[in-house]
Design a protein around this ligand. Structure first.
Ligand code: FAD
Ligand code: NAD
Length: 467
């Protein structure tokens, strides 16, 4: 039996990054992936393909709605959806191919097949031909990720009642789509289809969309997405989803208990994702899971079996690719006897709609709840020259800073290129900067990032210049 220092099960951003870091540190490393391609949810059916379709659909939407005002006249503009999907597949293939290259470069042995525990140090790999292989490991990392969640009464037929995976591979642009869940997936993929002309209705159980983010972001994003034509039913509890032929009927109760009936060509179920540990044989080695099926880990991402670690979507915390990557690096360095550190408060969250929403640190609701005394500063993009030039006037930057010390506690941006802009705030908070520190740094003009500076000025002493 081949022996390894570490065997990682699952090749998503947690698993493959962890494998590379282990190899860099001189460990003999194996990576097991049940599918034929590496990269996990993120590269195959998550971050990368969704961003490819978001970019394509945004180009179309701009061409249709903004180009004339920019002085560009186009004739016969239409969507070639087949090509859009084909380009997305090409982006995925190239990105996934890059991971194969990185595995070879780092001399990581890759096994394709379902990995499962025989014992804490022996992993069986069942390939698609039913051939079982066994390998031995000093340490094992579970990086098996997550799969789409659903509601108990919904039958996902994966044709018309679909998850994000199918929504990335549709054969036609739907005329109508109901999205259950106004979280990240629902709003990103809802935006893709709304831009392409689908009538999209989002049904959300909570009283606002993206309910875990700062409530100002929920309001700002909802205003913009309404302009895109998306309809919202918040505080609605879906209770039934049925399909007859090409029609899906969705029944929900509003907050007063009155029934609302919607019909659509497609229903996208995006109510969260669940940890994936099927057929992993956790019972065989006695690994504990929590009440949501996630692998229980301590502060070092170690399970109750000391040589077995778990990272990424399969453990507690935000289900984000960069969080999984950080954890992959963490366990590699921890196994190497180092003292790594992850500041979970500083893992940014982004919604890639347009405008984008990006956040780091505490929300205003969290500060209120923990009774921290804080001050706010905000700056709207409509007061930014750069935003006027690019016709991106929706949204704002909101800064939350400690009332006494002025330390930045949270930054929330709804606006153009918020995903990239948030990094200034992440760096500032990593170095425990104050709002005044950032407001005294020269920001290039004209840039969107000047709006962050203005919000910092507003938080410092109500000193914003351009409002
Ligand atoms: P995964 O990426 O899920 O990888 C786990 C891998 O393990 C899979 O390849 C699986 O096949 C394999 N596996 C499972 N069990 C076994 C087994 N027993 N044996 C062998 N292999 C096994 N996050 C962001 O940060 N930014 C985004 O823009 C973003 N967009 C997203 C869009 C969509 C539509 C979706 C669905 C998700 C998105 N995410 C995004 C979330 C992101 O994809 C996940 O947080 C990330 O992929 C988690 O990484 P992971 O390594 O923990 O698991
Ligand atoms: P989510 O948790 O972001 O949103 C789910 C939404 O569904 C919530 O707003 C919730 O209140 C709502 N909901 C739950 N039950 C409901 C019901 N019965 N009726 C109506 N609404 C209901 O989950 P998601 O959008 O499915 O995404 C899953 C995970 O994937 C997220 O944790 C996210 O971090 C990750 N992801 C990240 C990105 C990104 O970083 N840009 C993109 C896509 C997905």
């Amino acid at each position: 039996m081949e022996k390894y220092d570490v065997v990682i099960i699952g090749s998503g951003p947690g698993g493959y990054v962890g494998a590379i870091r282990c190899a860099q540190l001189g460990m003999k490393t194996a990576l097991i992936e049940k599918y034929g391609s590496l990269g996990g949810t993120c590269l195959n059916v998550g971050c990368i393909p969704s961003k490819a379709l978001l970019d394509s659909s945004e180009h179309y939407h701009q061409a249709k709605h903004d180009f004339t005002e920019h002085g560009i006249d186009l004739k016969d503009l239409k969507v070639n959806f087949k090509q859009m999907i084909a380009r997305k597949r090409g982006v995925v293939e190239q990105t996934v191919g890059g991971i194969d290259f990185l595995m070879k470069k780092n001399k990581i042995d890759v096994f394709h097949g379902m990995g499962s525990f025989e014992s804490p140090t022996v992993i069986a790999i069942d390939d698609s031909a039913g051939e079982a292989n066994k390998i031995e490991a000093k340490n094992v990392v579970i990086a098996t990720g997550s799969k789409p969640g659903s509601l108990p009464f919904i039958k996902l037929d994966k044709e018309r009642v679909i998850t994000s995976t199918e929504a990335l591979e549709l054969k036609e642009v739907p005329k109508t789509m109901t999205v259950i869940g106004g979280g990240v997936i629902g709003l990103e993929l809802g935006s893709v289809y709304a831009r392409l002309g689908t009538e999209v209705t989002v049904v959300e159980y909570m009283d606002r969309i993206i309910p875990t983010m700062d409530s100002t972001m929920s309001k700002e994003l909802m205003k913009s997405l309404k302009k895109l034509g998306i309809k919202f039913l918040v505080s609605h509890k879906v209770k039934e989803v049925t399909r007859k032929g090409k029609v899906v009927t969705i029944k929900a109760d509003d907050k007063k208990g009155a029934e609302v009936v919607l019909t659509a060509d497609y229903c996208l179920v995006s109510v969260g994702r669940v940890a994936y540990t099927d057929k992993l044989g956790l019972d065989k080695v006695g690994i504990k899971t929590d009440n949501r099926g996630r692998v229980d880990v301590n502060d070092h991402l170690q399970t109750n079996v000391p040589n077995i670690y778990a990272i990424g979507d399969v453990v507690k915390g935000a289900m984000l690719a960069h969080k999984a990557e950080e954890e992959g690096t963490y366990v590699a360095e921890f196994m190497n006897g180092e003292k790594p550190h992850i500041d979970y408060n500083l893992i940014p969250g982004v919604v890639y709609t347009w405008p984008e929403v990006a956040s780091v640190g505490k929300t205003e609701e969290e500060l209120k709840e923990s009774k921290v005394s804080y001050k706010t500063g905000s700056f709207p993009f409509k007061a930014s020259g750069r935003a006027r030039a690019s016709m991106d006037l929706d949204g704002l930057v909101k800064v939350l800073a400690d009332k006494e010390t002025d330390e930045i506690l949270g930054v929330h941006i709804c606006g153009p290129r918020a995903a990239d802009m948030i990094m200034e705030a992440v760096v500032a908070m990593e170095f425990r900067a104050t709002a005044e520190d950032i407001s005294r740094i020269s920001h290039a003009h004209p840039t969107f990032s000047e709006s962050t500076r203005e919000a910092m000025l507003a938080a410092t002493d109500n000193r914003a210049i351009h409002i």
